[in-house]
Design a protein around this ligand. Sequence first.
Ligand code: C2E
Ligand code: MG
Ligand code: MG
Length: 705
Amino acid sequence: MTDRREDRDYSASKRDLRRALEHAEARFRSLSRRSVDVAVVVDTDGVLTFTSPAVSRLLGWAEQDMVGRSAFDFIHPDDLEMSRRQFADALARPGAQDPFDLRLMRADGSFVWVEDRITNLLDDPDVAGIVVNFHDITQRKADQEALRRSEARYRSIVETAQEGVWVTDPDGGTVFANQKLADILGRSLDEVYAMTATDAAAEEDRPLVAARLKGRRDSGRDLYEVPVVRPDGETRVVLVSASPLYEDDGRYVGSLGMVTDITERKHAEELLERRALFDELTGLPNRALLHDRLRQALAQREVTEPIAVLFLDLDGFKLVNDSYGHAAGDQLLRQVAARLRSVVRSADTVGRLAGDEFVILCPGSSHTDAQTLATRAARVLAPQFDLGAVATHVSASIGIVEVTPGQDAHAVIAAADTAMLEAKRRGGGGHVTFDQQVAANASLRLRQIDDLQRGIDAAEFILHYQPLVQLAVGRGRGRVVATEALVRWEHPERGLLGPAEFIPTAERSGLIGPLGEAILHSACRQAAEWASALDAPPCVAVNLSARQLGSDGMVRTVQSALHESGLDPGLLRLEVTETTVMEDVGRTARIMRDLRALGISLSIDDFGTGYSSLAYLTRLPLDELKIDREFIAGVTAGGEDLEVVRAIVAMARALGLRVVAEGVETPAQADSVTRLGCDLGQGFHYARPQPADAITALIRTTGAE
Ligand code: C2E
Ligand code: MG
Ligand code: MG
């Protein structure tokens, strides 16, 4: 009985077990059928022994199509090698492996991305195989791809950006940088990633950059310029537009900087500023900057010390420019600028106003300081200037003004200019301090110009004539062969004025033009009158000033005076002083040739007072030399003057020029100059300058000896 019962019990428990097993299996099947998780079981060769129903749903293969085949048959060729490796790893190690992604082939030939996890259950008697779980990750892959694409798009935007992009952590360490930034910094991208934003700045700017990085979190957006130093030492100026970066949770993670290289723009700006404020030729402050600096100095009311302004104008600059050309003139100006700069204090400003005009501003200078500086400036300009092919000397006329704060800058410069003109008037090469007297002189000169114009309009100018008599012994001795026209001003208030009183003003103001023309016409009319009234009419000499000789219309003016008066050109002589000719020998020689071509004769006046080398005389179309009064006055004392006169006469002979002794006052002088071989004599000894009528009478009575 017991056995049967045992039997019965055994069969019952076996039945129970089977039922339990069937139940579990059914449950497993139903679970796995419903599961989205897909599982297969393979043996050690990779042959599929079981596939869950979800596999068929995912891949489209029927279970019977798969079981018995190698799992590797269903793997994308590109993922095959990696999958075999993973499988081999899994075989070697029991338990679950790390998941990996691969593509599986569907029944329709397409592929699906899955994440795959291999679990080695060979040791598990229930399974005794390799379980592979996987699930569809198509969406995740698509998302990843979209992300990768958008990242690539942003990266290409960032990489092609004209600006450097620099993402830094809160300490300035590089989190991201684009190639443009590396280019701006003159480094490789690797170097940029290894550095901080602070490292890029110049040593002295580093604290500033560091402070900005630190403060970014609180300061928010920021725009600033900072110089960066490249490893090769070159400095670039960059504009940084920076903004703080926060994570989604609001955590501050660093800063985004857009970096633009503005070096060229800065350079252009500086250049424009320079051009606006500095003289291009000399690099000195120009008129605008000078005025500005002076205005600033004058505006500082608390400064009670005077400000000295020196106005310098080169003497004879035009001569250099005209004789050696503009390039030489420019070179001279540059050298003058450099020399002037070398004698001033650092607080002083040397500027160029225009042409050959320079200004020195000395804030806080006393009267003696300004004068000392003027002397120093004169001394530094004294040595010869080497202009390449030629060398020359120049001096400067200097006007000094001392002002106290509060005065008008323009008025100050004008006063300095006036003082400079006074220095010029005194012969140049010196300095004059502006004072009441200078101001009075200047306003007097202004009034003189008005007065001169009025006098010309009112025809108050008349000519006196001084005879030139023949000195040669024998026939014709003492005869008046020529007369020199000397202008006088019959001034309504001041009486009869000599040329020294108004010719300089006329020359400076340009009024010498109309005045000279009137004189020429008047002299020609008088000469023509004598030509028709006298048997042996005198030649008439007319003085020309430098301005007249240099003017383009001179030849035409002479032509029209001759034409209007009907004078024989042989009876007109023009006198030019030696210094006038020397101002521009080439140009003067040309004009003189044109004048001589009209049939008139030419005379060099005041000969011996200029610095001319005698050689240049051969280049000029001359007829006559008038030896300056200075030598005639000393001729009777013997010595040097006598030697000079003798030498001039010998030279004039050699050149075929007639010689006139000017300013003969005494019989002894007349004797001397006659014996020395002068052709003509002129001076108070023979006759004073006098009105034309008196001359007519004189000529009639003297005649030939
Ligand atoms: P200059 O051409 O050398 O004229 C001679 C000057 O010497 C004249 O002075 C004359 O009066 C003066 N003189 C003549 N004989 C003697 C003498 O024996 N002793 C002394 N001490 N002086 C004598 P003035 O008329 O005062 O003219 C001075 C200068 O003014 C002239 O020197 C000439 O350079 C200039 N000038 C005169 N008239 C004119 C003119 O119409 N146009 C221009 N541009 N300049 C003129
Ligand atoms: Mg003369
Ligand atoms: Mg003379």
